[in-house]
Design a protein around this ligand. Structure first.
Ligand SMILES: Nc1nc2c(c(=O)[nH]1)N[C@@H](CN(C=O)c1ccc(C(=O)N[C@@H](CCC(=O)O)C(=O)O)cc1)CN2
Length: 293
């Protein structure tokens, strides 16, 4: 069997086209959504991600607001920038680009974000709403990567009802939060969350209908620990240097041999990353639509 590809780049392009229409409809009602970003320091990766977010905004007609601070910015200066974005009427949603420099209390910064402007869906209030509102529709922003993974699966008609899903990795942005979405009644998957303390990872993954690999360990998911026909999502981001070009490249958690046993795999790059970006835009547009009631 050769797996089919869950093309995140093409799917994200379709989502952006849909969002462009919604932004035009909002403009007709006098509302322009605006995404704010707070970037601290000069890490090239973070700068690239933030630049990508503003490029995406321009593509769909969302306004861009930037707060860029030097790596020497103090906790107080960063918190003041969050307050400016909270109060800026042009900014309907914003993100604090992670990671923040060493020595900064990131949780304190993130808790200062107005939950109604939390475009990443990672504010404790919004994660708490996901925990508490099991039986009602959630109208607060959802975490972008989990939302993007589920959207990618559903848009390829992969039925998650009753599916056994094994998540590898317990980070907040993916591992812990995606379980909250997958176990909602409208999805109804059964979730196992594995992590570095799991004694026998293979015992879990071999029985899974869907494996979501977010461990950040290159090639940890190999063909021999995947059930034939399973769906495998590669979220891991590690970097290595390409021996031919000398350039840095992304390496995922999923070994290429998995494509011989799985029914679907998400490539990395080109899978979950573009979907995460598209979901950030979706959160901003959703919030602007909610503002109109
Ligand atoms: N506040 C946040 N900070 C960070 C997040 C986040 O969701 N919110 N996630 C990552 C970085 N990130 C977005 O900020 C992000 C990472 C990767 C991609 C992406 O599209 N990657 C490409 C590959 C790019 C490459 O070759 O380097 C892909 O997967 O195709 C988008 C966004 C940490 N910080």
């Amino acid at each position: 069997m050769t797996a089919r590809i869950l093309d995140g780049t093409a799917t994200a392009a379709r989502i952006k086209a849909e969002l462009t229409e919604r932004v035009v409809a909002l403009a007709a009602r006098g509302v322009r959504p605006g995404l704010g970003t707070l970037l601290v320091g000069d890490d090239p990766g973070s700068r690239w991600y933030v630049a990508g977010k503003h490029k995406d905004c321009a593509e769909v007609g969302i306004a861009s607001i930037r707060e860029d601070l030097p790596a020497t910015a103090t906790q107080d200066e960063i918190e003041a920038a969050v307050r400016r974005l909270n109060e800026d009427p042009e900014c309907t949603g914003f993100i604090v680009q992670l990671p923040l420099p060493k020595g900064i209390d990131a949780n304190r910064v993130l808790e200062l974000v107005d939950p109604d402007k939390d475009a990443d869906g990672l504010h404790p209030t919004n994660l708490g709403r996901l925990v508490l509102r099991v039986n009602e529709p959630v109208t607060s922003p959802l975490p972008c990567t989990p939302r993007g993974i589920i959207d990618l699966l559903l848009r390829h008609d992969i039925d998650l009802r009753g599916a056994d899903v094994v998540i590898v990795g317990r980070g907040v942005t993916v591992g812990r939060s995606i379980g909250l979405l997958l176990t909602r009644r409208e999805i109804n998957a059964t979730v196992t969350l594995t992590h570095t303390g799991t004694e026998d990872l293979a015992e879990h993954t071999r029985n899974a209908d869907v494996v979501i690999a977010a461990a950040g360990v290159p090639g940890i998911i190999t063909a021999d620990i995947i059930k034939p026909g399973a769906v495998v999502i590669d979220v891991g981001v590690s970097r290595s240097t390409d021996p031919e070009t000398g350039k840095s490249r992304v390496v995922g958690d999923v070994d290429p041999g998995v494509r011989e046993v799985a029914s679907w795999v998400s490539p990395n790059p080109g899978g979950v990353g573009p979907m995460t970006r598209a979901m950030l835009l979706s959160n901003v547009v959703d919030t602007a639509e909610r503002l109109l009631g």
